[in-house]
Design a protein around this ligand. Structure first.
Ligand code: URA
Length: 194
C-alpha cells in the first residue's frame, strides 16, 4: 500500500478512537485530532507532545505560539517546513493544556510508531521531555537517559525496526515562547538536526 494510504488509515483510526479518554472532549469542542503534517518521504520527523488549542481547532500541528517559534527555528537551521514531517505522540488535545498522561501516551504511541515505520526517516527529533523519553525508550537508548537540561542538542543513534536513526533531543519550542532569551540556545541545538 502507498505511504499516503497507510497514513490515511492511521488518520481514520484516530478519528474513531472512542476508547480515548480525550475523545469526548474532542467531540464536545468540535476539535480535530492532529495527525501530522509534511512530506510523506521526509528524512526528518519532528515529534511534539500533544496538540494545543490552536492545533485542535485546525487539525494542524504547531500552528499557534509554539509553532511560530518552531518556524523560526526551522528557518534558522535552513529547513523548509514542507520538507520535514511534524507530528505529536498524543493526537488529541488534553484539557487545559495539561501534560498527556502515561495512559494517553500508551494509547496513542503506537500511531506514532506506525507513522515512523511508514515514513522511515533518517533523523527523528523530539520536541520536549515527554517525547524525548518516549523515543529514547523506543530507540533502546534508556541507558543514556538524563534530564532534558542535560540532553538537549545531543545526537544519538537509535535502533528501530527500519534500521538505525539519528535521534536528536531538543527543548520544546514553548520554551522560546515563555523565555525569548533562550532562542539563541534553541537555534544552536536545532543546527544539530542537520
Ligand atoms: N505543542 C506540541 O507539543 N504540539 C503541538 O502540535 C503544539 C504545541
Amino acid at each position: 500500500m502507498e505511504k499516503t494510504e497507510l497514513l490515511r488509515q492511521i488518520k481514520n483510526e484516530v478519528l474513531n478512537l472512542t476508547a480515548s479518554p480525550l475523545y469526548a472532549y474532542r467531540q464536545e469542542n468540535n476539535f480535530f485530532p492532529v495527525i501530522g503534517e509534511g512530506s510523506h518521504s521526509a528524512e526528518i520527523v519532528l515529534v511534539g507532545e500533544a496538540p494545543g488549542q490552536n492545533e485542535a481547532k485546525t487539525g494542524r500541528p504547531f500552528c499557534g505560539a509554539s509553532g511560530r517559534v518552531l518556524d523560526k527555528l526551522l528557518e534558522s537551521a535552513g529547513l523548509a517546513r514542507a520538507k520535514v514531517y511534524i507530528t505529536n505522540i498524543v493526537k488529541d488535545r488534553p484539557p487545559e493544556n495539561r501534560d498527556p498522561t502515561p495512559g494517553e501516551i500508551r494509547l496513542y504511541g503506537p500511531f506514532l510508531d506506525r507513522q515512523m515505520e511508514i515514513i522511515k526517516p533518517k533523523t527523528v527529533v523530539s520536541l520536549g521531555r515527554l517525547s524525548m523519553k518516549y523515543l529514547m525508550e523506543k530507540f533502546n537508548l534508556m541507558h543514556l537517559f538524563e534530564p532534558i537540561s542535560q540532553l538537549h542538542g545531543k545526537i544519538f543513534v537509535g535502533e528501530t525496526n527500519f534500521g538505525k536513526v539519528k535521534f536528536v533531543a531538543l527543548y520544546h519550542p514553548a520554551v522560546g515562547v515563555y523565555n525569548a532569551g533562550k532562542i539563541p540556545e534553541l537555534k544552536k541545538d536545532f543546527k544539530n538536526i542537520l
